[in-house]
Design a protein around this ligand. Structure first.
Ligand code: GRF
Length: 204
């Protein structure tokens, strides 16, 4: 598996993937880190791990096909065959989604289809979960399709919502689970144990 990790922020899921590879829980090679921000923590992690990294900012391009082509060119150059989005804050161009159909996944810090979609990212998710009064939350690894957070779920895991939770304490509990299930999900692909039947993702 020649993996590209797309990250806009601190990169803790990227680090969890690198750790899983280092400890042989994940049989994959991260060949590229893509960010849309020059200040992303993930870029420093890539540098520390001697992984090629690139910043591709949508606004640098005159049109969306050019933006998509720039991403596709980077992916081709590094012979990427699988993409993991890890806190990437930009919509993936349709051309990239189509070329990587069923080979591009994301992690979301809630149990989809609840608390997903445009605007529901970061602390907004956990605030919404607490405001609604949910008793459980969790994380979802899912396929990326043309919309936000709508692709079929691959792995989901729950955490309890505690009575004195704040968005921060809940986020921390969910993040711990994210760091477990993201490498686990990727390893299922590495082992070719994922079969997609419509929206149902079967683990062989
Ligand atoms: C995670 O909570 C992930 O679920 C969401 O964005 C956040 C990224 O965090 N998609 P990090 O950059 O991996 O620490």
């Amino acid at each position: 598996m020649k993996l590209a990790v797309f990250a806009s922020g601190r990169g803790s899921n990227f680090q969890a993937i690198l750790d899983a590879i280092a400890t042989q829980r994940l049989r994959a090679q991260v060949v590229l880190c893509v960010s849309n921000r020059t200040d992303a923590g993930a870029l420093q992690m890539a540098q520390a791990a001697q992984i090629p990294a690139t910043v591709v900012e949508e606004k640098q391009f005159a049109s969306s096909p050019e933006y998509a082509n720039a991403l596709l060119a980077q992916l081709a150059k590094h012979e990427v065959n699988f993409i993991a989005l890890a806190g990437f804050m930009r919509k993936i161009p349709v051309a990239v989604v189509r070329q990587f159909r069923h080979r591009i996944i994301n992690i979301h810090p809630a149990l989809l289809p609840s608390f997903g979609g445009k605007g529901l990212y970061g602390h907004h998710v956990h605030e919404a979960v607490l405001e609604y009064g949910c008793k459980v939350s969790g994380a979802t690894v899912h396929f990326v399709d043309e919309e936000y957070d709508t692709g079929p779920p691959i792995l989901q895991r729950c955490v309890p919502v505690l009575e004195n939770d704040t968005p921060e304490t809940l986020a921390a509990r969910v993040l711990e689970i994210e760091h477990q299930i993201y490498p686990e999900a990727l390893q299922l692909f590495a082992e070719e144990r994922i079969r997609v039947e419509g929206r149902r993702v079967k683990i062989l």
